[in-house]
Design a protein around this ligand. Structure first.
Ligand SMILES: *Cc1c(COP(=O)(O)O)cnc(C)c1O
Ligand code: SF4
Length: 447
């Protein structure tokens, strides 16, 4: 292994030290970064700045939009309040108050997430666990609640800006293992965050080893991570990269599959030698890489970007997995792509690739009842409709059953859709409402 690499990271307080900023941006653009960066999380590292962003294309460069706060992410009212506060040099406390008010306005928790998905062991609420779909448990290790850089569209931003008392985070692996033992239906543990690859190998081991030593029914350990894009040296040039690879091999020696759920948004993230070396290294160590990304206006809302990305991923030995839709929090107005348009982009990209890349599914919304895929527009008995289906559901019986909504070009989320054919509700709604009711009652009993 060659020399250790370290990233330098920048945020709202020091981004002006990045040499490219003054060279390529106007004073207004710099001010906009500062204003929005005071409200929404902002962190970018030297790898992204020097290797991924194509500064000649800034401000339109997709990786620049992905990582640098954009003026349009705040409403004009919110923007000018913060702009004013900074210009007037208001005391820190006053600025903070304004910023917090705006953050609350931005809907930090999509409804349902908190009430319905927090499991318990021995009466303890396991806030670091989310168990929504029968086979898969999500785990948010406490030390994994940050990332190598931040995506501007990230819906987890309340975790990063620290206003979230009910952080999805937990300290001990012990309770997690106990929960797994009580739930033999769980086959997959998905480490997520933030980014679990931000943790040292030692920290990761403290969570992973107890699972492989004590929970035989877990067959797949997944890591949801953007490190291949934001810091590929994690796998090749860090002090404990070798140990990390050894941990991945150890999971396999215990008879389990290592699934690396890599988050890529644009083909530009696949161009560097560092990325290619990291992917090859993971593959040599038996790690299977699957890829996923949301579809975002101003970043990747073109079929060609997706087709190119999927083809390049396949060439490098990765498996395209999901295209997601933007969810309803943060700066969704700036990034949202309506369902019908997203489906059109997906279809046009899907047309261009062979079956090897058609493992990808989407576009899919992670809505409260489940992951809902847009199958597309069609006409039934003269009525224009949208076909949909669950890829994952709170009730597994909902999965893979086509259902229909009225055609609506403007809809951006499941709530915006109405059942087709004058039905009162979608087929799953009665069942889902009963589940919600039950969860609410349990909450009241607990309190
Ligand atoms: C997407 C998701 C999963 C994993 O779903 P797969 O289709 O198995 O990849 C698990 N839990 C939650 C809450 C999810 O959103
Ligand atoms: S890498 Fe993932 S968790 Fe981190 S900022 Fe981006 S979307 Fe959010």
């Amino acid at each position: 292994m060659s020399e250790t690499k370290r990233a330098r990271t920048f945020g709202v307080n020091n981004f002006k030290k990045i040499p490219q900023i003054e060279q390529y941006l106007t004073p207004d653009q710099i001010e906009a970064i500062e204003v929005v960066g005071n409200v929404l999380p902002f962190k970018v590292n030297t790898y992204v700045v020097d290797e991924l962003i194509e500064w000649d294309n800034v401000p339109n460069d997709p990786i620049f939009v992905l990582t640098f706060p954009q003026k349009e992410m705040l409403s004009p009212e919110h923007f000018s309040r913060v702009q004013h506060a900074l210009k007037e040099n208001l005391p820190k406390g006053e600025l903070k108050e304004i910023v917090n008010e705006i953050r609350m306005d931005l809907n930090p928790h999509p409804a349902g997430q908190m009430e319905m998905n927090v499991p318990e062991v021995d009466g303890y609420k396991l806030t670091g666990i989310q168990h929504k779909y029968r086979e898969t448990m999500l785990f948010f290790p406490n030390q994994g609640q940050t990332c190598h850089s931040y995506c501007t569209f990230c819906f987890r931003w309340p975790q990063f800006v620290g206003i979230d008392e009910l952080r999805f985070a937990m300290k001990e692996s012990e309770l997690m293992v106990k929960y797994l033992k009580e739930h033999p239906e769980i086959t997959d543990v998905l480490f997520t965050g933030g980014d679990p690859m931000i943790m040292s190998t030692k920290q990761l081991e403290s969570y992973v080893l107890p699972i492989i030593e004590q929970v035989p029914h877990v067959q797949t350990i997944r890591f949801g991570s953007k490190a291949l894009s934001y810091w590929p040296y994690r796998f090749t040039h860090e002090r404990d990269s070798e140990e990390l690879l050894a941990l991945f091999r150890k999971i396999q020696e215990a008879g389990k599959h290592v699934a690396f759920m890599a988050h890529f948004n644009h083909p530009q993230e696949l161009k560097t030698d560092a990325l290619k070396e990291a992917v090859a290294t993971l593959r040599e160590n038996g790690v299977q890489i699957r890829t996923q990304s949301p579809i975002m206006r101003n970043i990747n809302d073109s079929s060609d970007a997706w087709a190119k990305m999927w083809k390049e991923q396949v060439r490098l030995g990765m498996i395209p997995y999901y295209m997601f839709l933007a969810r309803d929090t943060g700066a969704q107005d700036y990034f949202a792509v309506p369902l019908v348009r997203a489906w059109g982009i997906f279809k046009k990209a899907y047309e261009q690739v062979s079956g090897i890349a058609r493992t990808v599914r989407g576009p899919s919304m992670s809505a409260e009842p489940g992951k809902v895929q847009i199958l597309g527009e069609t006409e039934i008995n003269g009525e224009k409709v949208l076909g949909l289906r669950f890829i994952q559901g709170r009730n597994p019986e909902w999965v893979h059953k086509p259902f229909f909504a009225e055609y609506d070009e403007k809809a951006i989320w499941l709530d915006d859709l109405k059942p087709a054919f004058n039905q009162d509700e979608f087929f799953f709604e009665a069942d889902y409402n009963a589940m919600k009711e039950e969860a609410m009652q349990e909450l009241e009993i607990a309190e």
